[in-house]
Design a protein around this ligand. Structure first.
Ligand code: ZN
Length: 158
C-alpha cells in the first residue's frame, strides 16, 4: 500500500504488534515512514482498494529542482506515477536528447490531468485541446534529471 500523501510504499505493521480490542475484526495497518512526508508515522487501515489504484512506479522530484514547485501545483504532490521505472532517450523541444520517464496518465485524477493540461498549454503556448489529445497519444515525458524512482510491490518484478 502506498501513502496517499507522498505515494511512497508504506510499512506494513506486524499484526502481533497491533493491540485491537476486537481481534476478530483484523484489518491490516500501514504506516508511512518517508522522512519528508507530512503524514510520516501516521497509521492507516488497509481498506482493500489501495493497491490496484496506485501505480507501481513513482517518480520523486528533488526539492531543489525548479520543477518541484510546478509539480506541487499540478499534482498537489512531490511524487508522480510512472508507466515504467526505466528512462529512455527522447528529443525534447529546446533541450535536444534527454533521458525521460513517461508519466502514467491513467493514474492521474481528473483534477490533476486538468491542471497538467493547463500547465503545459501555458508553458509551451499550445491550445489546451491539443495538449489534452496529445496526452493520450504521446503521453507526457518527465525529465529524468533530479528525479528518483521508487518501485512498489517489488515481489511482482523479480
Ligand atoms: Zn507519506
Amino acid at each position: 500500500m502506498n501513502c496517499n500523501e507522498c505515494h511512497s510504499p508504506m510499512t506494513q505493521l506486524d499484526p502481533r504488534e497491533i493491540t485491537d480490542p476486537q481481534p476478530s475484526r483484523f484489518i491490516p495497518r500501514w504506516r508511512c515512514d518517508e522522512k519528508e512526508c507530512s503524514r510520516q508515522g501516521e497509521v492507516v487501515e488497509d481498506d482493500g482498494r489501495g493497491e490496484t489504484a496506485v501505480s507501481d512506479f513513482t517518480a520523486h522530484i528533488n526539492g531543489d529542482d525548479e520543477r518541484a514547485a510546478a509539480w506541487q501545483i499540478v499534482f498537489d504532490s512531490a511524487a508522480v506515477p510512472l508507466r515504467s521505472p526505466i528512462p529512455h532517450l527522447a528529443r525534447l523541444p529546446g533541450r535536444g536528447e534527454e533521458l525521460v520517464y513517461l508519466l502514467d496518465i491513467e493514474a492521474l485524477t481528473a483534477e490533476q490531468r486538468g491542471r497538467l493540461v493547463t500547465h503545459i498549454a501555458n508553458k509551451f503556448n499550445i491550445p489546451a485541446e491539443e495538449v489534452d489529445a496529445d496526452l493520450d497519444t504521446h503521453g507526457c515525458p518527465i525529465l529524468a534529471e533530479h528525479v528518483t524512482v521508487s518501485i512498489a510491490n517489488p515481489w511482482r518484478w523479480l
